[in-house]
Ligand binder design. Structure first.
Ligand code: ATP
Ligand code: MG
Length: 363
């Protein structure tokens, strides 16, 4: 039988989702979901992971579960095709994590570049919580519990998927061929691998206050784009400007289409022509920003409208989460049973063990 194609991906409920999530993962998820090429799709709201660096603030995590769920539904995740579920409600994930911990060294975790940079960014002043340090292992549990083969995610997730693959190989060679190796599916547009923040910072992130949220109002989007980081050497309109590191152009790379040029800025056929003009000099930042506002608004308008509809039916959204979680738990329970059997720690189902011991004591 061919290996079923299964998607597992998710987000931490530490805030509403933003444009970085959209281009890094959400947009792709919806395309994959609607392609009909996947046997199963699981989308996890990673509240247990969010608690690893928010232990003292469970209320923040609790409030943001519904926000992330609303964002999912608003971008077009369809509960009839994708199971949306809450990580902490699936005890099997914590159990798998415990067993996988034995297969990973502390030194290996210390080498994870994403964890390193996140530790630096968060500046834990009383030390790194063990749960945070080990979250790549818990992520391996999330992926393997559902036999995930494809993980659509941003570039920062590469070390996590590599860690997961190592755990899978170690488990399968130590015990039995039970787990499936996943692969990451990165955005094919380079600007989307790690969308910068509006401040020009390397990553748009909920935690850095440099994000444009999918649920922002048109006025907020306009304010944020108008205040965006551009090229600090481009002082007068006539000055030649730089594209590299210019956040407005990175966003245009990520979002604009030729149709946007035809409709909103017909003096250029496409982004390349606009970039050339900017580099030559004579194209002002404000004009670029006004175009970007239109591009982003065209994309966000239908998302906002769908969100507004779901906001009117919060019990319905919780019902979607409840059903998605039940489906996910059934799947994770099957994997855990196979894991425990492979490790030979399913004592009460292990007839061979009892027989062996009866014989041992009957001599
Ligand atoms: P936090 O600051 O709490 O870690 P976050 O904004 O980094 O939040 P996550 O929930 O950690 O968001 O990330 C979820 C998914 O979104 C991952 O697949 C990640 O790669 C992707 N992602 C997040 N930010 C970006 C970004 N700026 N560009 C591209 N992908 C992103
Ligand atoms: Mg993150």
């Amino acid at each position: 039988m061919a290996q079923p194609k299964i998607i597992l991906t998710g987000d931490r409920p530490t805030g509403r989702l933003h444009l970085g999530h959209y281009v890094g993962s959400l947009r792709r998820r919806v395309e994959l979901q609607n392609s009909g090429e996947f046997d199963k799709i699981f989308i996890l709201i990673a509240d247990a992971q969010a608690l690893t660096d928010n232990a003292a603030n469970p209320e923040k995590v609790r409030q943001n579960i519904i926000e992330v769920a609303l964002d999912y539904l608003s971008v077009g995740i369809d509960p009839a095709k994708s199971h949306i579920f809450i990580q902490s409600q699936i005890p099997q994930l914590a159990e798998l994590t415990v067993y996988y911990m034995n297969l990973v060294t502390v030194a290996r975790l210390e080498r994870n570049p994403t964890v390193k940079s996140e530790v630096k960014m968060r500046g834990f002043n009383t030390g790194i919580p063990t749960g945070f340090f080990t979250y790549p292992i818990s992520q391996a549990a999330d992926i393997t519990a559902f036999n995930g083969t494809v993980v659509p995610a941003g570039e920062d997730q590469e070390p996590m998927i590599e860690q997961t693959r190592e755990i899978v190989r170690k488990f399968n060679s130590t015990y039995d061929e039970v787990l499936v190796e996943p692969s990451i599916l990165l955005p094919d547009n380079k600007s989307c691998l790690r969308l910068p923040g509006t401040d020009g910072n390397a990553k748009m992130s909920k935690s850095l206050g440099n994000a444009i949220y999918l649920a922002d109002s048109p006025a907020e989007v306009e304010r944020k784009i108008k205040g965006m980081y551009t090229d600090p050497t481009h002082l007068k309109v006539e000055d030649p400007g730089h594209i590299e590191g210019n956040t407005v152009f990175t966003y245009l790379d990520a979002f604009s289409t030729d149709q946007d040029f035809a409709d909103f800025l017909p003096e250029y056929k496409n982004l390349d022509e606009m970039k050339e003009h900017y580099q030559r000099g004579g194209l002002g930042d404000m004009k670029c920003k006004r175009f970007l506002i239109k591009v982003v608004e065209r994309m966000l308008t239908p998302i906002r409208e769908r969100r507004a509809q779901y906001e009117q039916d919060i019990p319905g959204v919780y019902e979607i989460l409840r059903q998605g979680t039940a489906a996910a738990e059934a799947e994770a329970a099957q994997t855990l049973a196979r894991v425990k059997a492979a490790m030979k720690i399913d004592y009460f189902n292990d007839g061979a063990l009892m027989k062996e011991q009866i014989e041992k004591y009957s001599k």
